[in-house]
Design a protein around this ligand. Structure first.
Ligand code: ZN
Length: 112
């Protein structure tokens, strides 16, 4: 069993954190960016002092499939927490196939 949660990733050690679980048991924590609009977060990772800090906009947050072990911990590796592709991408792929059918040579016969 796994579940979908919103996650951010430390760019240095690539640990992925579930947003609503801050503060984390490894010492890392996530907080809203100070003096900024409320859709920004700052991740303070425990992998370095002042180094493992990354800033996240709400639109950059990934939807991820989270394993049970990582869900209990609140964070995990890229193996335990995997980004889920957005559903809209498969929709646009289907639409382009449909459009190619419309451009088939047989359809152009009548034009002068
Ligand atoms: Zn880190």
């Amino acid at each position: 069993m796994s579940r979908i949660r919103h996650c951010v990733e430390c760019p240095k050690c690539l640990t992925r954190y579930l947003i609503s679980f801050s503060p984390y048991s490894n010492g890392a924590y996530l907080r809203p960016a100070v003096n900024a609009s409320s859709d920004e977060y700052i991740l303070y990772c425990s992998c370095g002092r002042g180094v493992g800090v990354s800033r996240w906009r709400a639109s950059e947050v990934m939807a991820c499939k989270v394993s049970n072990a990582a869900f209990k911990r609140g964070f995990g590796t890229s193996v335990e927490i995997r980004p889920v592709p957005k559903a809209r991408e498969s929709w646009s792929f289907d639409a382009s196939q449909y459009l190619n059918d419309w451009k088939s040579p047989d359809r152009r016969k009548g034009t002068s």
